[in-house]
Design a binder for this molecule. Structure first.
Ligand code: PLP
Length: 409
C-alpha cells in the first residue's frame, strides 16, 4: 500500500456524518446547506447537445479534447478576462478536464518533484481538501497559509496571509495553490495581489495553480473577479525569454457556473510548457472527456445568459437571508461564491449538532475545512452555509439559525 494514503484525513462530510451519527434529526423537513453542490437547474440546451452527439461514444476521444471545445474555451477566456494582449492558444495552452477536482489533484502528481531541494508546497487555509491530499500523494507536505491573517494596510486588496514578499522561505517553494474566489470565504484577490504573486513566482521559479471554479458566481455584474491569466497577460513588463503565463495555471469548471456538477467538465489553461507536461501525464492517466460531454461543454462555454440568471438567483438568496442573520451574526455578502462563513462566537461542532437535532438543518463545522497553523485554526467557531437550497428553504434555515443564536446570547 502507498504509505502516503495514511496521511489523508477523512473528507469533511465523513467527519460530519460521524459527528451526527447517533444525533436524532429534528422533526422539520430536512434542509441541507452543507455540501457545495449547486441545485439550480441545468440549462435545457445541455440535454439537446448530449442527445445530438450521443454517437460520439462510439469512438475513443483524444486526451486534448476537440478543436471546437478548446476554441470555445479560448474565446470565453478572451472575453471574460480581457486577454486581447495575450490570447490563450486553443492549440497548446488549454486542456479539458473531467471536473476540476481530478485535475487539481492530478496537477500535483504531474508537476511536483519530490527529489527537489525546494520542498515547500503552499495551500490556503481554510481550503478545499483536494489540495492537501494531492500534495501528500505527490510525496510532499502542505504548508498552509491562513486566508484571514492580519496584514498591513499597504498590502494589495485580498492578499492572503502568506509570507511577506522578502521572506527567504519563498526560495523553497515549488508550487502554490490559490483558490480565487475563495471557498469558503468568498474572498477575492485583486489584480494587484495576483500580479504581486506572479512576480514572486517568476523571481523564485515556482508555479501558481489557481482554482477559479467560483469565478462566475459574483455579486456585482459590473465587477467580475479578476483571474490569474488576466493579471498575467495584462501586466505589461515581461522579459524576452519569458511569456506572461510561464508560471501560471488556471482551473475553471462548469459545475458552479452552469449548474452542471454531474457533467464533470472543466478545463485547465496556462503556460505552454506546463500544459505540454500535463497532456503527457494525462495521456497515461487515461482521462479523456467523453465526446457528448465535450459537445455539451462547448455549448455551455458559448452561452452567458444562463450564467447571469444563475448569479441573480444567488444574489436574491443573499438579499433575503442577510437581514435575517444580521442581528445575531457578523455577516455580509461576500464578493463571490455562494457561501456564508460567519464566526459563530460558539463551538462549531455544537452548533452543527444543535442545528441538526433541533431543526434538521445540515451545515459544516468550519474547523472541518481548515487546519491549525501557528496555533491558529481559522475555521474554529465558524460555520459554512452553502446557499444552494431553494430560496424558501434558505429563508427558513436562516430564521432557525437566528432564533437559536438569539437564545444562546
Ligand atoms: C474550491 C473548489 N475547487 C474545485 C471544486 C471541484 O469542482 P468540480 O470538480 O465539480 O469542477 C470544488 C467543488 O466543490 C470547490 O469547492
Amino acid at each position: 500500500m502507498n504509505p502516503d494514503l495514511g496521511k489523508l484525513q477523512p473528507y469533511p462530510f465523513e467527519k460530519l456524518k460521524a459527528l451526527l451519527s447517533g444525533v436524532e434529526a429534528g422533526n422539520n423537513a430536512p434542509i441541507s446547506l452543507s455540501v457545495g453542490e449547486p441545485r439550480h437547474s441545468a440549462p435545457d440546451f445541455i440535454q439537446t447537445a448530449l442527445d445530438t452527439h450521443w454517437r460520439g461514444i462510439e469512438k475513443y476521444p483524444p486526451t486534448r479534447g476537440s478543436d471546437e471545445l478548446r476554441e470555445a474555451i479560448s474565446q470565453w477566456l478572451l472575453r471574460r478576462f480581457h486577454l486581447n494582449n495575450y490570447p490563450v492558444s486553443p492549440v497548446d495552452q488549454i486542456l479539458p478536464v473531467n471536473g476540476t477536482r481530478e485535475a487539481l489533484f492530478a496537477i500535483a502528481q504531474c508537476l511536483l518533484d519530490r527529489g527537489s531541494n525546494k520542498q515547500v508546497v503552499l495551500a490556503p487555509n481554510p481550503f478545499y481538501q483536494i489540495y492537501e491530499g494531492a500534495i501528500y500523494l505527490a510525496g510532499l507536505q502542505p504548508t498552509f497559509y491562513n486566508l484571514d491573517a492580519p496584514r498591513d494596510d499597504t498590502a494589495p486588496a485580498g492578499r492572503p496571509g502568506y509570507w511577506d514578499n522578502d521572506d527567504p522561505r519563498w526560495a523553497q517553494v515549488q508550487l502554490i495553490y490559490i483558490c480565487n474566489p475563495g471557498n469558503p470565504t468568498g474572498q477575492v484577490m485583486s489584480k494587484d495581489a495576483l500580479i504581486e504573486l506572479i512576480e514572486l513566482a517568476e523571481r523564485h521559479d515556482f508555479i501558481i495553480v489557481s482554482d477559479e471554479c467560483y469565478s462566475e458566481i459574483y455579486r456585482d455584474e459590473n465587477h467580475p473577479p479578476p483571474g490569474l491569466l488576466e493579471a498575467a497577460a495584462n501586466r505589461g513588463q515581461v522579459s524576452d525569454d519569458k511569456t506572461p503565463l510561464d508560471h501560471c495555471l488556471v482551473f475553471h469548471s462548469l459545475s458552479k457556473r452552469s449548474n452542471l456538477p454531474g457533467l464533470r467538465s472543466g478545463f485547465v489553461a496556462g503556460g505552454q510548457a506546463l500544459i505540454e507536461q500535463f497532456l503527457l501525464y494525462r495521456t497515461y492517466h487515461g482521462c479523456s472527456m467523453s465526446p457528448p460531454v465535450q459537445a455539451a461543454s462547448t455549448q455551455a462555454w458559448l452561452d452567458e445568459t444562463h450564467v447571469v440568471n444563475n448569479r441573480q438567483r444567488y444574489n436574491e438568496k443573499y438579499e433575503a437571508v442577510l437581514p435575517i442573520l444580521a442581528p445575531v451574526l457578523p455577516v455580509e455578502q461576500p464578493a463571490a461564491g455562494f457561501y456564508l462563513w460567519p464566526d459563530l462566537g460558539m463551538d462549531d461542532e455544537q452548533f452543527t449538532r444543535d442545528m441538526y437535532n433541533r431543526y434538521n438543518i445540515a451545515v459544516v463545522p468550519g474547523s472541518y475545512l481548515s487546519r491549525t497553523v501557528d496555533g491558529v485554526n481559522p475555521g474554529k467557531n465558524h460555520t459554512r452555509l452553502a446557499l444552494v437550497a431553494e430560496l424558501e428553504d434558505c429563508i427558513t434555515a436562516a430564521t432557525h439559525i437566528r432564533d437559536y443564536l438569539a437564545e444562546q446570547q
